[in-house]
Design a protein around this ligand. Structure first.
Ligand code: PAF
Length: 281
């Protein structure tokens, strides 16, 4: 059976088919190995636009030299079957050489907000993300692009790029999709060994603790950070990279919680490094 979904592998072809689309275009940029989080974005995109384009591209420029580019999980056949069910119209799956010629040397970089948290731990990460998103936005020319709140800083950085550079699209951020025990869906969860998978619930437990402290009236950001750290440290497989209680717009660390505040963390559970967050409203 011929799949209804159209798979496009070159930039020239993507630009050509884009111009055949009538009405608004919803765009879901992904690195593939799709999970319910990605599918919730595709679903919402389909509700809001007659045409939906999903990109599947493991973007080399957002991985650091010691990160998991080579082993990043990939399964195109499964991804296409899942997107078919969501009635996505086009999958744009370019090659790395198609996206980055050997002479490629132009970068899009957002300031301050991209240097904190994930940016401090992964110094070239956001430059890679914003550059590839700028390229994808230029190629796909979407009306709206959909991102998950799970990568809260990424969504913030992309919003800033779109606003500062007057890009002609709307950024939509949708809630994090979680497993029944609270673990945020992520393509990297596949790396977790069974005992690590159990230990990984400590991320959401510590975020829930922060929410509980805030709703009981705790305003001291330091105390919230400290209680979260103590809880995570009880889990022997967990190694904290950062625990942050920051202004949700600037990502500056707070002394006193002023809503909306972003409580976020990055924790290694065995080899995989996981991130998650909640917003204190
Ligand atoms: O969130 C991701 O999967 C990636 O960072 C993105 C936005 C597709 C850019 O490569």
């Amino acid at each position: 059976m011929t799949p209804a979904i159209k798979v496009v592998e070159t930039i020239a072809e993507m630009k050509r088919v884009r111009h055949e689309l009538v009405g608004t275009v919803g765009f879901v940029p992904t690195m593939g190995y799709l999970h319910e989080g990605h599918l919730s974005l595709a679903k919402q995109a389909k509700k809001e636009n007659p045409s939906v384009v999903v990109s599947i591209f493991v973007n080399p420029t957002q991985f650091g030299p010691r990160e998991d580019l080579a082993s990043y999980p990939r399964d195109m056949e499964r991804d296409l079957a899942l997107l078919e069910k969501e009635k996505a119209d086009i999958v744009f799956a370019p090659s790395a050489t198609g996206m980055y010629s050997t002479r490629f040397d132009s970068w899009v970089e957002v300031g301050e907000v991209s240097h904190r948290l994930e940016g401090a731990s992964r110094p070239t990460h956001f430059r890679g993300v914003t550059t590839v998103c700028a390229k994808l936005f230029n190629i796909v020319e979407p009306t709206r692009a959909y991102f998950g709140q799970k990568d809260a800083q990424q969504a913030l950085v992309i919003r800033k790029m779109v606003s500062d550079l007057n890009m002609n699209l709307e950024i939509v951020t949708l809630p994090t999709v979680r497993e029944p025990d609270g673990l945020a869906m992520s393509s990297r969860n596949v790396y977790l060994k069974p005992e690590e998978r159990k230990a990984a619930t400590v991320l959401y437990q510590s975020l829930t603790l922060a929410q509980q402290m805030w709703s009981r009236g705790e305003k001291n950001a330091g105390r919230i950070r400290q209680e979260m750290i103590s809880l995570i440290k009880k889990q022997p497989l967990a190694e904290i990279d950062y625990v942050s209680v920051a202004d949700a717009e600037t990502l500056e660390e707070l002394v006193e919680v002023r809503p909306p505040a972003l409580v976020s963390l990055a924790v290694k559970i065995g080899k995989p490094r996981l991130i998650d967050n909640v917003v204190l409203e």
